[in-house]
Write a protein that binds this ligand. Structure first.
Ligand SMILES: Nc1ncnc2c1ncn2[C@@H]1O[C@H](COP(=O)(O)OP(=O)(O)OP(=O)(O)O)[C@@H](O)[C@H]1O
Ligand SMILES: [Mg+2]
Length: 353
């Protein structure tokens, strides 16, 4: 039993409880419970000002929480910070490098300043890190000539010098063009294959969706969701159906409504929308794996869809749904019958037969 407990603890890399930070009257982080497991690529998401950097600063002991605590590698960071920091690499805010020194020499400066690596060990590690962050080709170029993406990667490289188990990156893709974002994503994947636990913050949810296995979503300092990306995305999946006529669209909507009432609970909702080409479609809230069933259901009623397209969930939409203002009573989202009525209006406006 004891062994089980210690094994369990060993797998939790970061655990915060009731972590709170107030700046005067402003509660920047409120009652935060986070759990990051070993090997996670953990996305810490939220819009500007939601408390991401403040949380990371508390994790690193750069600021003291107003209340609550953070436990990293099983140690409370209020009293075992040095032992924790030996196993953590981080970039918070843009790291400062010497502009006239090369990327490689800058890494040597950081290694020497950390005092952890010396002589040959230091040289070897600098070379390894240059490989990991793919800067070997530019190793001897002066830092001031680096592109923003290269600068960011050098920052990550500096954080990796001491071969940390946990890497904390605060918005590493900030300000990068799509190619730079792609390179950072690849770098994060590489770090994950090296067995690192990665905690990465971003306000661009789409970027995170592609590299993280778990996420926490913050809004105004409050945690509004935490969980596996695959599960979150699954809840948000849809099947998009396009029919040939308005009449068929009406029929399809009422068939779906009926099926749901009759116990087909895999249909959690349906409404009319327009697709990217501005064509009216029915969006069915259901798992992507149900496409064939949906097709069969309509076909039973002699309705043959012009198009059926399973659609992946996306974190951006989940975030918007979670943060949407509460609708006042009497102004709920219209039911399917009302939507069927709306359909006519939408189709009429667009002059679709
Ligand atoms: N030292 C400070 N003193 C006063 N208020 C602060 C301080 N640091 C942060 N704040 C405030 O706390 C809130 C959270 O800020 P924080 O920097 O943690 O957000 P963030 O999620 O990192 O935002 P961004 O995406 O813009 O980096 C903001 O309202 C910010 O103005
Ligand atoms: Mg920030």
């Amino acid at each position: 039993m004891d062994e089980l407990i210690s094994h369990y603890d060993d797998n939790i890399v970061i655990s915060t409880s009731r972590l709170t930070k107030a700046f005067g009257n402003l509660v920047a982080v409120n009652d935060l419970h986070l759990q990051v497991m070993r090997g996670d690529v953990f996305g810490f998401l939220g819009p500007n000002g939601s408390g991401k950097t403040t949380t990371i600063r508390m994790l690193l002991g750069l600021i003291r929480p107003t209340a609550g605590r953070a436990v990293i590698f099983g140690m409370d960071n209020a009293d075992q910070l040095p032992a924790i920091l030996q196993r953590v690499g981080a970039i918070v805010e843009t790291p400062v490098f010497y502009p006239y020194l090369s990327g490689k020499d800058n890494l040597h400066v950081v290694a020497a300043a950390s005092g952890m690596l010396q002589g040959k060990a230091s040289n070897r590690r600098v070379e390894e890190v240059l490989d990991i962050v793919e800067l070997r080709r530019h190793a001897n170029l002066a830092f001031r000539k680096y592109s923003l993406g290269m600068k960011q990667r050098l920052g990550v490289g500096a954080a990796l010098l001491a071969d940390p188990e946990l890497v904390l990156l605060d918005e590493p893709t900030n300000g990068l063009d799509p190619a730079g974002v792609f390179e950072i994503r690849q770098l994060i994947q590489r770090l994950a294959t090296l067995g690192k636990t990665i905690f990465i913050s971003s306000h661009i949810l789409y970027e995170i969706q592609q590299v993280c296995n778990r996420v926490a979503i913050l809004q105004k300092g409050n945690l509004i969701k935490q969980g596996a990306v695959s599960e979150l995305l699954q809840q948000n999946e849809q099947i998009v159906i396009r029919l040939n006529t308005v009449e068929e669209t009406h029929q399809a909507l009422s068939i779906l409504q009926h099926a749901r009432e009759e116990g087909q609970h895999w249909i959690s909702g349906a409404h009319v929308d327009t697709d990217k080409q501005n064509k009216p479609v029915i969006r069915v809230d259901a798992s992507r794996t149900r496409s064939a069933e949906l097709n069969a259901l309509l076909a039973e009623h002699r309705l043959f869809a012009a198009e059926i397209r399973p659609q992946e969930g996306n974190l951006e939409e989940i975030f918007l749904e979670l943060t949407a203002p509460v609708t006042p009573p009497g102004a709920e989202r219209p039911g399917m019958a009302a939507l069927a009525r709306e359909t006519t209006a939408i189709f009429d406006e667009q002059g679709i037969p």
